[in-house]
Design a protein around this ligand. Structure first.
Ligand code: UD1
Ligand code: CA
Length: 466
């Protein structure tokens, strides 16, 4: 907060409904991976350290406000009704009153914008002492964007797709909808904008012609990577931009030494970190604040959310990990489910059809087949047999299970919590354990077996064979 640029203010337009999304959710709250579109825009804005950030809300303003509730230092302007982009900017006049310097205007629906481009915009604008600077790009398919009309090489005006003549539609230089404005002439000039156009809206883009007529200087910043300024107006564009973002993340990771067997089917959120020589197989989804160490192997069709993996961890096919921590050299899966607050120790093994919740597995411990371990603290070198269940829930409350170092739990046992299995103790297979088993003891909790000789024959009424 200390190094903020006191003469720089960011305004983000987010009042539109986003009609083309056909959604009850405001457009800027649609998500790419785990972030809403507007979150990306705010992240880019943070990079230029503005003195203030104002978000213009309108359509379902309360929902957008609520989404941004936890973000510090955001001011809001309410645009009601939404009469166009110029009108939207006008609504910030009160909020920005008394402030000086530069306003950077961003669109809430342009999420890929890089901090670097924003810095260049501010530098270009200030360097040229311009009244307005427009970020533009030359694209193959300009359809839908405002076009940059130049005379003698200088920007003369911007014409919207729907208002453009056939010749103007041929122009491939487009308006990104991202600008820098000098605050001094801005609000007074916005009042000069009319709504005589195809949509009957107050177009911010009309400001350019007004400035040129009044002899105020307008600059452009033509950027190379036009992908960065892709706006999202439909679900198709949302999917396309998601794809671009994913591709960028995948390329960064591969550049840093991670093998992605099939990048096209690998879905990795922007904040995920992965160490070198880790191999990620097809169909893997890595979400949220996930960190994966070096030389791990994540096999096909695994989802990992908000989890931390050490080095040399193997996650076999079809596992789901949410909020788990897995230490170096551990092996998980196939078909394992690690739920929040699970901690798997070094070189521990969690096999197929094992579910862990709020459970700590000590180093070298194993639960290889078919188990539910919940609210359990399991020490080192423990063997949890196939089919072991911690009965942690009595219908009202959850109860803990403790299994101390070196214990051996025979297959198909139920540990009825609260219960402690002492150090090195054994539990006989097929037991229902209702009381603590002392260290070094054998706990057997099952009915005595009885064999009834000749029972089958008697039942069928035939004499027993001798
Ligand atoms: C706008 C530009 C166009 C540019 C394109 C880039 C205008 C008139 N056109 O068109 O030149 O090529 O962006 O993506 O400015 N909004 C409000 N209030 C309103 C209307 C819109 O806050 O009354 C917000 C929207 O929520 C959105 C942004 O402004 O975040 C852009 O609006 P949108 O309707 O998407 O404009 P485009 O038609 O894409
Ligand atoms: Ca748009």
């Amino acid at each position: 907060m200390t190094n903020n640029d006191s003469d720089l203010h960011v305004v983000i337009l987010a009042a539109g409904q986003g009609t083309r999304m056909k959604s009850s959710l405001p457009k800027v709250l649609h998500r790419i991976s785990d972030l809403a579109l507007i979150d990306y825009v705010l992240r880019a804005a943070d990079a230029v350290a503005p003195a203030s950030t104002t978000v213009v809300v309108g359509h379902r303003a309360d929902v957008v406000r609520e989404h941004l509730r936890t973000r510090p230092r955001i001011e809001f302007a309410l645009q009601e009704p939404q009469l166009g982009t110029a009108h939207a900017l006008q609504t910030t006049e009160q909020v920005l009153a008394g402030r000086t310097g530069t306003v950077v205007l961003l669109s809430g629906d342009v999420p890929l914008l890089s901090p670097n481009t924003l810095r260049r915009l501010v530098d270009t604008h200030r360097g040229a002492n311009a009244a307005a600077t427009v970020v533009t790009a030359t694209v193959e398919r300009p359809y839908g964007y405002g076009r940059i009309v130049r005379t003698d090489g200088r920007i003369a005006r911007i014409v919207e797709e729907r208002d453009a003549s056939p010749t103007e539609r041929q122009i491939r230089e487009i308006n990104s909808g991202i600008y820098a404005f000098d605050l001094a002439p801005l609000f007074e000039s916005l009042r000069g904008i009319a709504s005589q156009n195809a949509q009957g809206e107050f177009y911010l883009t009309d400001l350019i012609a007004i400035y040129r007529r009044r002899g105020l200087s307008v600059e452009t910043l033509l950027i190379e990577n036009s992908q960065e300024i892709r706006g999202i107006n439909s679900r198709t564009e949302l999917a396309e931009v998601s794809g671009l973002l994913r591709q960028k993340k995948n390329e960064e990771l591969m550049g840093a030494g991670v093998t992605l067997v099939d990048p096209a089917t690998t879905y990795i959120d922007p904040d995920v970190e992965i160490g070198a020589d880790t191999v990620i197989h097809p169909g893997v989804v890595l979400e949220g604040q996930t960190r994966i160490g070096a030389a791990c192997e994540v096999r096909a069709h695994v989802r990992i959310t908000d989890s931390t993996l050490g080095d040399r961890v193997t996650i076999d096919n079809f596992c789901v990990l949410v909020g788990a921590r897995v230490a170096d050299g551990a092996a998980i899966g196939p078909f394992a489910h690690l739920r929040p607050e699970t901690v798997v120790g070094e070189k521990a093994k969690i096999g197929n059809f094992v579910e862990l919740k709020k459970t700590t597995m000590g180093p070298g411990s194993k639960a290889s087949h078919l188990s539910y371990l919940g609210d359990a603290t399991i020490g080192a070198g423990v063997n949890v047999g196939a089919g072991t269940i911690t009965c942690n829930y009595d219908g009202t409350r959850k109860h803990p299970t403790v299994i101390e170092d070196g214990a051996f739990i025979g297959s198909d046992s139920q540990l009825i919590a609260p219960v402690t299995i002492g150090k090195g103790a054994y539990v006989a297979a097929g037991s229902s354990i209702t009381g603590d088993v002392p260290p070094g003891a054998l706990g057997i909790g099952r009915g005595q077996q009885v064999n009834k000789e000749g029972w089958v024959a008697r039942k069928k009424g035939t004499p027993a064979k001798t």
